[in-house]
Design a protein around this ligand. Structure first.
Ligand code: JFZ
Length: 316
């Protein structure tokens, strides 16, 4: 564990990228504003699976430039990048053999986002990891969290549908991610609904440890991780012995939200970075690219200002 987390203890600053089909509605459904973070639109509206999945036919981000994203992370002084390979909506941003609901098979874009960003990060000397929503999958009858199209979670669990989903989609996709994209820095699991029962979490731990012993597991799998993930945007008061990371938004949404201009200032971001780094933690700061593949200009500017400050005042 110590060797595995050595780089992480030094990293201090990373780029979180929430990108998926939700960048298209960007907080609006059928002309009405949907409250909350944009990547939860499907659940908040709620949108039936049959309607939401049609967004895939519109996903064609012609401005996607993975090298520009990696360069932004470098300019900001960041050391690692974490992309949503699959969020709660169930849509994979990589080619998958176990579910056609993925960016290569279901969109006109047909490009493997995970593959292209992993390669760009390698070219820019950045470590690359993926976010994967292991328990919540609103697209699958057995996935947790969708109770408008499917039975309640407890029923999916007792009927065995949840374990079937885990074994037929989540675990095989984890295997694909761990074998096709080179060395992964970490897997960012999230919202561990019903993951503590039986050997569910352990099955993921075994996959990661067997296929990529150097890959870190964050604190939201539902089992023992390599580091502590704090609550979103929450900076702890004191340092802890286990490495830790603060996932944080730069506005008020993780996914792109058209009318969210609540950007934290560059000064605020610098203050938080110094606060976190001085206590031994890492700051995983998020951007939500739009449906064209563009990271909003305002946040790009703020991140570059943080990088400029680090050039003058930082140590690395
Ligand atoms: C989760 C996701 O539901 C959300 O869409 C986003 O990806 C975020 C990074 O993670 O939301 C959470 C999970 C945990 C907490 C808060 C929001 N928490 O522990 O405070």
């Amino acid at each position: 564990t110590d060797a595995r987390v050595a780089w992480f203890r030094e990293a201090k600053f990373g780029l979180f990228i929430h990108w998926g089909l939700y960048a298209i509605p960007a907080g609006y459904w059928k002309g009405a504003k949907v409250n909350g973070v944009s990547e939860w639109l499907m659940k908040r509206a709620p949108v039936p699976v049959a309607d939401y999945q049609k967004l895939a036919a519109q996903f064609d981000p012609q401005a996607f430039d993975p090298d520009a994203w990696a360069q932004l992370a470098v300019d900001a002084g960041m050391k690692y990048v974490v992309l949503t390979a699959k969020h709660h909506d169930g849509f994979a941003m990589f080619k998958s053999d176990v579910s056609a609901y993925n960016v290569v098979d279901a969109t006109p874009f047909k490009r493997d986002i995970v593959k292209e960003l992993a390669a760009a990060c390698a070219r820019h000397g950045l470590r690359f990891g993926v976010y994967y929503s292991q328990a919540q999958d609103w697209h699958e009858p057995g996935g947790m969290g969708n109770e408008w199209d499917f039975p309640p979670d407890a029923q999916k669990d007792s009927a065995g549908a949840f374990d079937r989903y885990l074994q037929q989609k989540a675990e095989p996709q984890m295997r694909e991610l761990l074998t096709r994209y080179g060395p992964l820095a970490l897997i960012w699991f999230d919202t561990p609904v019903r993951m503590k029962e039986g050997d569910r979490a352990q099955r993921f731990i075994d996959l990661v440890r067997t296929l990529q012993p150097g890959c870190l597991i964050n604190g939201r799998l539902g089992g023992e991780g390599d580091y502590v993930s704090t609550r979103d945007n929450q900076i702890p008061d004191a340092s802890s012995s286990k490495p830790w990371e603060v996932p944080a938004t730069t506005n008020s949404s993780w996914g792109f939200k058209r009318d969210d201009h609540n950007w934290k200032s560059a000064g605020d971001l610098v203050f938080k970075l110094v606060d976190i780094a001085s206590k031994g933690g890492n700051y995983l700061l998020n951007v939500g690219p739009d449906a064209h593949g563009v990271i909003p200009a305002a946040v790009q500017e703020n991140l570059r200002a943080v990088g400029a400050w680090l050039k003058v005042n930082g140590t690395a």
